[in-house]
Design a protein around this ligand. Structure first.
Ligand SMILES: NC(=O)c1ccc[n+]([C@@H]2O[C@H](COP(=O)([O-])OP(=O)(O)OC[C@H]3O[C@@H](n4cnc5c(N)ncnc54)[C@H](O)[C@@H]3O)[C@@H](O)[C@H]2O)c1
Ligand SMILES: [Zn+2]
Length: 486
């Protein structure tokens, strides 16, 4: 994926300068490895002074670019960025706002709708209310799974004559992403490939009112859309602030019909968005120039991410077990929205970078892959961002006062939740061969905007360690000495 953001920007300099660390942080730093467990690789890759993040992974030792205690002054805790729709409504009944929100932008409406939902009673009722408001609606249902780029071009050509003033995106992440890209093509012409990567969309697109029916990708508030291109091995992102919808309407009523597997996969993905947003590395930003899409950890996103976890984790298994549980549906829908608001500006990191090639190889859903990888990614981060993970543990109900113990507890709780909602716990279970791991690691490193905000320094050795642990299903392979269990 092309990007203007160099891989792991000046962060590696942390290894050549003394990190700022509090006395408390020094006490928390990992103890030295017992010499018997240090292999040749470990000796040759001894971390430089000032780098406190040491992995005891079987095949790699790495140092985090920045630890929690070594964030440069310019990234002090009071710096933040949000990019959001001008209107966001959430809760049962808020879908009644849709006609008025659309009418603010014009009379000619293009409704891009998930084909399965186009005949659902909720959508039929919505269409009737739009027509009653005097809106002229063209309904387009040509949303194909995985969003092949050719199908989007064909969709834009098919609807161009209607010259819509506003686009209604109605469905899961696929329908909302399709609407974003059709709206981009209508505004700027094709081919879509010229917008691949970051900040390549030259200006505003047709305004979008986004209505998710899954909880969820957060696409209703994010600057991202993901497509598949037959010329590329993996799905590819188009990311631009111009892709943020003008309004998001999150009505949990619309998620009540989602089947258990869709609920589980999209719900875990929402949780992963929040977890990766909250554990993202802080990155240096040049405020005089164009900002990267994903700006890393920031003070405005952090509380949103924690709130998202608080709303999703206790309710997701209930929503999967009983899709008609209105309270669970409402909590997960709210959490998914908050997670989207958080990760839109910060970005996500390694579970997502690794899911793209894993999804391409195994043809498994996005959320299944990110949910499978998250316990392993966070396990690798336990020694790097202990206080962040400890905070997550407390949100999940933990009471352990020691950050390093609580951090491990958080990872264990998240792994338990993934298992409870049916996420496979190893790459072997979904058909990945051990011989494919190196290639997956190489491909994941191409997602520079994602690996660039990883809290653990992401190089092929690190990714391979995480992948080997995930392949075997044993997090203990990553770092047995800090794995205490619960
Ligand atoms: N733009 C972003 O920020 C972002 C973030 C994460 C993922 N994504 C993308 O989103 C896509 C996944 O989206 P998703 O998980 O929402 O699934 P989806 O939109 O692909 O839908 C999955 C299935 O669920 C069905 N469905 C959706 N809502 C339903 C409902 N209420 N009742 C019954 N069936 C329903 C759909 O018809 C479809 O068959 C992937 O392409 C992924 O790459 C985008
Ligand atoms: Zn995701």
């Amino acid at each position: 994926m092309s990007t203007r953001w160099p891989l792991a920007p000046p962060r590696r300099r942390c290894c050549s300068r003394r990190a700022r660390r509090s006395p408390a942080a020094s006490r928390r730093a990992s103890p030295p490895l017992p010499s018997a467990r240090r292999g040749p690789a470990a000796r040759s890759a001894r971390p430089p002074p000032g780098c406190s993040a040491i992995s005891r992974a079987t095949s790699a030792v790495w140092c985090s670019p920045w630890t929690e205690d070594s964030v440069p002054d310019a990234l002090a805790d009071a710096v933040g960025t949000l990019r959001l729709p001008a209107r966001i409504h959430v809760g049962y009944g808020v879908r009644q706002q849709i006609p008025a929100l659309l009418a603010e932008h014009g009379r000619r409406v293009l409704a891009v709708v998930d084909p399965f939902l186009a005949t659902s009673p909720d959508f039929v009722a919505l269409l009737a209310s739009l027509e009653a408001t005097g809106l002229e609606v063209t309904t387009h249902t040509g949303v194909l799974p995985e969003l092949p780029v050719g199908s989007l071009t064909a969709s834009a050509e098919a609807v161009a004559d209607t010259d819509p003033e506003v686009v209604l995106a109605y469905g899961g992440g696929s329908a909302i992403d399709a609407a974003k890209l059709i709206a981009t093509l209508l505004a700027h012409g094709g081919p879509l490939s010229r917008f691949y990567g970051e900040n390549a969309v030259p200006g505003p697109i047709r305004p979008i009112v986004a209505v998710p029916t899954t909880a969820g990708t957060g696409s209703e508030v994010t600057p991202v859309a993901v497509v598949s291109d037959p010329d590329r091995e993996m799905k590819i992102g188009i990311s631009s602030p111009f892709l943020v919808p003008v309004a998001a309407v999150v009505d949990p009523e619309l998620t009540l019909g989602a089947p258990p597997s869709v609920t589980a996969h999209s719900g875990i993905d929402a949780l992963v968005h929040a977890l990766e947003s909250y554990t993202a590395a802080a990155v240096p930003l040049d405020w005089t120039g164009q900002l990267p899409l994903f700006t890393g950890r920031n003070v405005l996103a952090a509380p949103l991410a924690l709130e998202a976890i608080r709303h999703i984790a206790p309710f997701l298994a209930r929503a999967v077990r009983d899709g008609s549980d209105r309270e669970a549906r409402a909590q997960v829908a709210l959490g998914s929205l908050l997670a989207g608001m958080a990760f839109g500006p910060t970005g996500t990191h390694l579970s997502h970078a690794l899911q793209y090639p894993i999804g391409a190889i195994t043809k498994t859903p996005h959320g299944l892959g990110t949910g499978l990888m998250i316990p392993y990614v966070l396990q690798a981060a336990v020694a790097v961002v202990p206080s962040r993970l400890a905070e997550i543990d407390r949100v999940l109900g933990g009471t352990e006062p020691d950050d390093s113990v609580a951090a491990q507890d958080a990872v264990d709780r998240i792994a338990d939740l993934c298992r409870e909602v049916g996420i496979p716990s190893s790459l072997a279970e979904i058909g990945v061969e051990e011989t494919q791991l190196e290639h997956i690691a190489e491909l994941a490193l191409n997602s520079k905007r994602l690996v660039g905000i990883s809290p653990v320094g992401a190089d092929p050795g690190v990714l391979l360690s995480i992948l080997r642990a995930a392949h075997s299903g044993h997090r203990s392979l990553l770092d047995s000495s800090v794995h205490r269990g619960r």
